[in-house]
Design a protein around this ligand. Structure first.
Ligand SMILES: Cc1ncc(C[n+]2csc(CCOP(=O)(O)OP(=O)(O)O)c2C)c(N)n1
Ligand SMILES: [Mg+2]
Length: 738
């Protein structure tokens, strides 16, 4: 074990002799407390294992072997001041930060009053808002990018403190976010050695180094990822060696079973971060004495000799020996401490076993914000009447692209918590070019964010590295702190690296933390085909993949006024929103409109009847709207058939009432969408129609959509693949004649 750096002669000479000796700055009392935490941590694991065997809890994940580094981190950082993204082996850290064993047992039994999730998450998935321990999930590594975003959020508020204030009278998400920040706060994130193979880890390291963020990456290297040893996982066998080239970092490699050495390493890491020099990397070598989990038996892949070697380094035993050797505690003192811990745990277990389970009726609570309903009348505002120009001509009709830009600008003026980042969204990363007016600026590949960096500065509008998971993950961390990131995914086709962040993090953080945390991010995405040359990778739809995710709002406007109204609702509301912008509609002459004003909002889940009719209902959205309108007008002209054309505008929630009322009147329904036919958005609508309006239907529910294939480059093929006005016309005609 590492011992003091204090000159022993001086320490002995001092009054109180050995009693005042410091161990890397830690007092004897702190070391006793550290041992108490470590011993408690191990014994909570042991009790949980027993409870699992007795079938009183349903899962167990141990922190055994990781107690030394955990308690050291807890001593070096400040609970409720710094921020924590721990992983499942961080039991000792959580105890050191103030989580009670009782809270841990409540999680094990899945109690209603389990403070981290109310029975929704497995044990060891920590979430304690007051201690700044942010809700964790099971995918290994998905916390790392969020930790980076959390640090960015803290820095943003420190640089723009006014933005943290809760504005009076502003009816938006800010009313429900308690923002707190410290100028020198540090964000801790931990992961295992195996998890350092995840791409998100490298994206996070890069972002933290680029931005010189105060994040401590703590890799707890127990030599295995379930059964995969480190040499089969990490090239060269050392993660420290691999990351050593990252600039701005402070690096530590330490024996994580030694709490004193670990504390010293952490202390230096914390200092580097607090002083604003950049991130730190602490590589802690630890052991894993209890197999990966209760479902794993490590004897299948680790021989006894290897396991015994590890046991020699057991942090709990080593620390106990250390305390005895240094005369900090004698045998009696150790026994007394352990007895106290056992008694505390017994009482905690007894109490937790009596805890009530959550009520089944509560399952849908906190899928969305309980505070703001974006489908409510509060978001139903009227467009302002445009001023008539002096020459008496009609007011300028704006494209969807124009009005999205204008809406972003207006909202950024109104709310200084909005930050915009993504690929190419800035005017120019090399700001001096802008200042010296050498360049005009870009503002996105579609130019929708043009001019925003110029007006609001590079703290609020900036280019992110080309890494989609990082864009969404960082935004999620920022939003957890109270910012409103409005990020851009350049093409829907490239949203997939961010899928883990969207599906397993962004959309579920509120629900899984039982409303302890929320992250109302807006993700703007350019989507869709009909581009004449867009081909496979610039034409994709796939909205139903996202409407299938609880907790995520999905919006898909077809015209400029709707885009403005819905984007404003997306920004002001308190839920994560996927805002899909059809590229083909950005500058289309269809659907242009005058600017509806800086407070124009459309509630989510309210469809628009684009063309009223009595004979047949067509339900659609996005770029199919103008095509279906063309087909409907032709059918009316040629056959006198009156189609009721519904533009859903918002896909989750969607406006079932408008659909049902229309189909009850027309008795015929066609669902049309640009995405591939099978398993698409129309399947859900068709199924609901069959289920709930069966007795109103005079004809089968039909669908028109893309062929079940990718969108090809050659325009002849693209036309054959995507639904065309004529396909829609024929389907409407056939259905009307049925
Ligand atoms: C993204 C993801 N892939 C796979 C898993 C299944 N899994 C859970 S833990 C684990 C090993 C993690 O090893 P390591 O990062 O070294 O952490 P340790 O458990 O050893 O502390 C795996 C593969 C998962 N939870 N998430
Ligand atoms: Mg490991």
């Amino acid at each position: 074990m590492a011992t003091t750096k204090t000159d022993p002669k001086l320490a002995l000479a001092a009054n109180g002799a050995k009693k005042s000796k410091l161990y890397e700055g830690l007092t004897r009392e702190q070391l006793i407390q550290a041992y108490r935490v470590m011993y408690t941590s191990r014994r909570v694991d042991d009790r949980e294992i027993l409870l699992k065997r007795q079938q009183k809890i349903y899962f167990q994940m141990s922190g055994a072997g990781h107690e030394g580094i955990g308690v050291a981190a807890g001593l070096a950082l400040k609970s409720g001041y710094d921020w924590f993204y721990p992983y499942y082996r961080d039991r000792a850290l959580c105890l050191a930060l103030g989580v009670k064993p009782y809270d841990m047992f409540l999680q094990g039994v899945g109690a209603a009053n389990d403070p981290s999730s109310g029975g929704r998450q497995m044990p060891s998935h920590w979430s304690y808002p007051a201690l700044h321990i942010v809700t964790q999930s099971s995918p290994t590594g998905s916390q790392i990018l969020q930790a980076v975003g959390c640090a960015e959020g803290g820095r943003y508020f420190a640089r723009h403190p006014k933005s943290s204030e809760r504005p009076v009278n502003a009816a938006d998400y800010r009313q429900f976010k308690n923002v707190s920040f410290q100028g020198d706060e540090v964000t801790y994130v931990s992961l295992g050695d195996g998890t350092s193979s995840e791409g998100e880890f490298w994206e996070a390291m890069n972002a933290a180094a680029l931005e010189k963020l105060p994040v401590i990456f703590c890799v707890q290297d127990n030599g295995y990822a379930i059964s995969v040893p480190v040499e089969a996982q990490t090239a060269g066998g050392s993660i420290s060696r691999l990351v050593s080239g990252f600039p701005n970092f402070h690096f530590e490699e330490v024996d994580g079973t030694d709490p004193v050495a670990s504390y010293a390493a952490f202390h230096r890491a914390v200092q580097h971060c607090r002083e604003g020099h950049g991130p730190a990397f602490v590589h802690a070598h630890v052991i894993r004495p209890y197999s990966h989990s209760l479902s794993d038996d490590e004897r299948l892949y680790r021989p006894d000799a290897e396991r015994e070697r590890d046991a020699q380094r057991d942090p709990v035993t080593r620390t106990q020996m250390f305390l005895l050797r240094e005369g900090i505690l004698d045998e009696k003192g150790i026994n007394q401490l352990e007895k106290e811990v056992e008694a505390e745990l017994q009482a905690a277990v007894d109490l937790a076993l009596e805890a009530l389970p959550p009520a089944p009726e509560s399952i849908l609570q906190f899928v969305y914000s309980p505070d703001i309903d974006p489908a409510s009348a509060a978001f139903d505002t009227q467009p302002v009447t445009p001023e008539v120009p002096a020459d008496g001509k009609k007011p300028a009709a704006k494209t969807m692209a124009d009005l999205i830009t204008t809406t972003l600008r207006d909202e950024m003026r109104r709310d200084d918590r909005i930050v915009i980042f993504g690929e190419d969204v800035a005017d120019c990363s090399r700001e001096e070019y802008l200042k010296r007016k050498l360049v005009k600026g870009k503002g996105g590949v579609f130019k929708l964010t043009f001019g925003l960096q110029n007006e609001f500065g590079a703290d609020r509008v900036f280019n992110a590295p080309l890494a989609e998971a990082a864009i969404v993950g960082r935004a999620t961390g920022m939003a957890t702190r109270g910012l409103k990131p409005v990020v851009e995914i350049q093409f829907f086709d490239y949203i997939w690296p961010a899928m883990m962040q969207i599906r397993d993090e962004l959309s579920v953080i509120r629900w899984r933390s039982n409303n302890g945390f929320s992250c109302p991010v807006v993700i703007r995405v350019a989507i869709g085909g009909y581009l004449t040359g867009g081909a496979i990778y610039h034409s994709q739809c796939g909205e139903s993949v996202f409407t299938h995710i609880p907790g995520l709002r999905v919006v898909f406007p077809s015209n400029s006024q709707d885009a403005a109204g819905l984007l404003r609702t997306a920004i002001r509301c308190d839920d994560p929103v996927l805002f899909l912008e059809h590229k083909r509609l950005y500058r289309e002459s269809f659907g242009r409109a005058a600017y509806p004003g800086p407070d124009y909002m459309i509630p989510f889940g309210k469809a628009k009847i684009v063309h009223p009719g009595t004979d047949l209902t067509v339900i659609t959205y996005g770029a199919v709207v103008p095509r279906a309108l063309q087909a409907a007008q032709k059918l009316e002209r040629e056959q006198g058939v009156k189609v009721e054309l519904i533009d859903l505008r918002c896909l989750n929630p969607f406006d079932w009432d408008t659909i049902a009322a229309s189909v009850a009147k027309t008795n015929r329904a066609l669902v049309a969408y640009e995405d591939t036919l099978s398993w698409g958005y129309g399947a859900e609508i068709a199924a609901r129609l069959a289920d709930q309006l069966f007795d109103k239907l005079d004809a089968p529910v039909r669908r028109v959509a893309a062929k079940d294939v990718f969108v090809a480059y050659q325009p002849i093929l693209e036309d054959a693949i995507l639904p065309q006005p004529n396909d829609l016309f024929l389907a409407m005609k056939e259905l009307a004649e049925y």
